[in-house]
Design a protein around this ligand. Structure first.
Ligand code: ADP
Ligand code: TYD
Length: 209
């Protein structure tokens, strides 16, 4: 049992299985006696959920890339202040469906030097990384068809298509190479329970180590 909080994030392209696996990991750890807060980005606090609607609904060109970076960072700051930090301070395990790596990829890859801007704003306004990140890797064709089959109003990013998802997948893998101590790559193109079993083993090794 941990005596301090533990912060785990899930990352990957749309439809890679993050939400499914985050839920399964939360159930598993609760069964082991951990107090778990399962949350997501954008969102995870009342204010950040309001910002979620602004960024995920409406026309693809609704916001400029710069404005979008500010909105995602504002949502993250509120989420951190109101939900994540209090839970960690109370010794809980926080499982977050996406965190700052998503902004590094989705906003950072969209234009010249935007990644630098994302990183600078992160240092200024967020200033922390998860203890552990599970990157669910997946071929974009599969992820996209899974994501599109869900349908709904939150489609600003999912309609960007396969090219962007391919660049993002590569970007996430490069990020994992840059932060090998924090990020573990999980092959998401397998049955749900196989993926879940590998995630449980990986997380338990870290929690108990
Ligand atoms: P994400 O949160 O990464 O967008 P979800 O967990 O919402 O992905 O999964 C997208 C869809 O794919 C859901 O309908 C889910 O039931 C399904 N799914 C998730 N993981 C798998 C898997 N390993 N194999 C087949 N279908 C999956
Ligand atoms: P999410 O609900 O996790 O979508 P999905 O289940 O399809 O993976 O996230 C919604 C969208 O928000 C997703 O397309 C990625 C995008 N996003 C960013 O562009 N930047 C960010 O910082 C975050 C957290 C999400």
């Amino acid at each position: 049992m941990t005596t301090r909080g533990w912060f785990i994030s899930f990352e990957g392209i749309d439809g890679s299985g993050k939400s499914t696996q985050a839920r399964k990991l939360a159930d598993h750890l609760r069964n082991q006696g951990y107090e778990v807060v399962l949350t997501r980005e954008p969102g995870g606090s009342p204010g950040a959920e309001e910002i979620r609607k602004l960024v995920l609904e409406g026309a693809t060109d609704r916001w400029s890339p710069h404005t979008e970076i500010l909105l995602f960072t504002a949502a993250r700051r509120d989420h951190l202040e109101r939900t994540i930090e209090p839970a960690l301070a109370a010794g809980k395990v926080v499982i977050c469906d996406r965190f700052a790596d998503s902004t590094r990829m989705y906003q950072g890859l969209r234009g010249e030097d935007l990644r630098g801007l994302v990183d600078r704003l992160h240092t200024l306004m967020i200033g922390r990384e998860p203890d552990m990140t599970l990157l669910i890797d997946m071929i974009p064709e599969t992820g996209l068809s899974r994501a599109l089959s869900r349908q709904g109003a939150e489609e600003r990013f999912e309609t960007f298509g396969e090219d962007l998802q391919t660049r993002m997948r590569k970007g996430f893998l490069t990020l994992a190479e840059a932060f090998p101590d924090r990020i573990t790559v999980i092959d998401g193109d397998r049955p749900i329970d196989d993926v879940a079993a590998q995630i449980q083993t990986t997380v338990e090794a870290r929690l108990h180590g």
